[in-house]
Design a protein around this ligand. Structure first.
Ligand code: FE2
Length: 377
């Protein structure tokens, strides 16, 4: 078992942060039908309507719905015509994450500092304004067709962004206690992990805080390797997965096949009460991976004393792991579209800053059972 903690790179040891990040601003998805996707996320996840952009607000070629729950904002975007890069993205990948948007104090500087270090520009800094103020945004490419946007909104008072109007809806389902993005995981191709680790280190000033090799993460059949990249203040964490050779097809390889390339595998959403959140999500139709009941037989021997009762955890299939700083509770959804690509993790941290290594075996065996049903193992 090789777990490498707290490696530092040169920019960290110099104590500079050329790309100060305040956290995730929003996650934008390109989807085939944003109106229905927004309804799904409101219904199943408990998001609220926030803002709308489309022909009625002067945007001619696409429609976007912004939805929010606590500090968590999703944007669902669909093209209105087929000769359009958004339509091409959906044709190639199916529904998926296009942009991981990061909140910055200065979107001009974020773009300059990252492109100077080798980032490929996706969006040169642009200032958007309306009667509520201004937002500056810029963007760079990351793995696959995924991009990072830098969002500077300190001078904006409106609902979401210029170009959007407040979205008032008669349908306002209660929330499910989801709070913010804990981390977003990218799946990259064979032999590509170190390339992207280097990208996050050199271009964005992140550091590699944890590494898992195929000895940590191999079950009977499928294997993967993973490195967790974090920005300086730890608000933004991007684990990167690469498939590894196993007896049969790695879950990362299945993703790469169906997404038709590299992309975001899962978004982990934080809650302060995982039992209540998972009960609510399940009752609204979100499906989770389950582990055999034997997982819970020796749980307390493995993780020690925890605040939660065993019964609701085992009934819901919530996993527990402990590290030096505390413990965490987590559960993984099944893919939320028909392609076996994007899924969600629900996570509650009680001190632990790690990612649930003790659960990898049970979790990956659960994923393999699903792959087997799809005929993809
Ligand atoms: Fe995760």
């Amino acid at each position: 078992m090789k777990t490498i903690q707290a490696q530092s790179n040169s920019s960290q040891t110099r104590g500079e942060d050329f790309l100060p990040l305040q956290g995730t601003d929003y996650v934008e998805f390109y989807v085939g039908n944003a109106k229905q996707a927004a309804h799904y996320y409101k219904t199943a996840f408990g998001f609220q309507s926030l803002a709308y952009a489309g022909p009625e607000t002067g945007i001619k070629d696409k429609v976007s719905y912004a939805i929010r729950q606590n500090k968590l904002t999703f944007v669902l975007t669909t093209p209105l015509r087929n000769a359009n890069p958004i339509a091409d993205h959906i044709y190639k990948h199916g529904d998926g994450v296009k942009a991981l948007a990061l909140r910055v104090d200065d979107a001009n500087s974020a773009w300059k500092e990252t492109t100077k270090r080798g980032a490929r520009s996706w969006l040169e800094p642009v200032e958007l304004s309306d009667s509520e103020g201004k937002v500056v945004m810029s963007g760079i490419h990351t793995y696959g067709d995924t991009v990072h946007l830098f969002i500077e909104r300190k001078n904006y008072e409106g609902a979401f962004m210029p170009g959007y109007k407040k979205w008032e809806s008669n349908y306002n389902p209660t929330d499910t206690g989801l709070m913010y993005v804990d981390h977003c995981v990218g799946n990259v191709g064979w032999n590509q992990m170190n390339r992207w680790v280097k990208f996050y280190e050199e271009v964005m000033g992140f550091r590699n805080i944890l590494s898992f090799d195929d000895n940590d993460i191999s079950t009977e059949y499928s294997a993967l390797m993973s490195k967790v990249m974090s920005n300086g203040n730890g608000f933004v964490k991007f684990p990167i997965n690469e498939p590894a050779e196993g007896k049969k097809k790695s879950q990362v390889e299945e993703y790469l096949d169906y997404y038709n390339g590299e992309g975001c595998q899962h978004v982990a959403l934080a809650t302060n009460n995982i039992i209540e959140t998972v009960k609510a999500l399940s009752s609204r139709g979100l499906e989770f991976l389950t582990v055999p009941s034997s997982y819970y037989d020796e749980l307390f021997d493995r993780v020690g004393k925890i605040d939660e009762d065993l019964k609701p955890l085992s009934e819901l299939g919530i996993l527990v792991d402990r590290d030096d700083e505390g413990y965490l509770l987590q559960i993984f959804s099944k893919p939320v579209e028909d392609r076996p690509t994007l899924f969600y993790e629900i996570i509650q941290r009680k001190g632990a800053k790690s990612f649930g290594k003790g659960n990898f075996k049970a979790l990956f065996e659960a994923i393999e059972r699903e792959q087997e049903k799809r005929g993809n193992l």
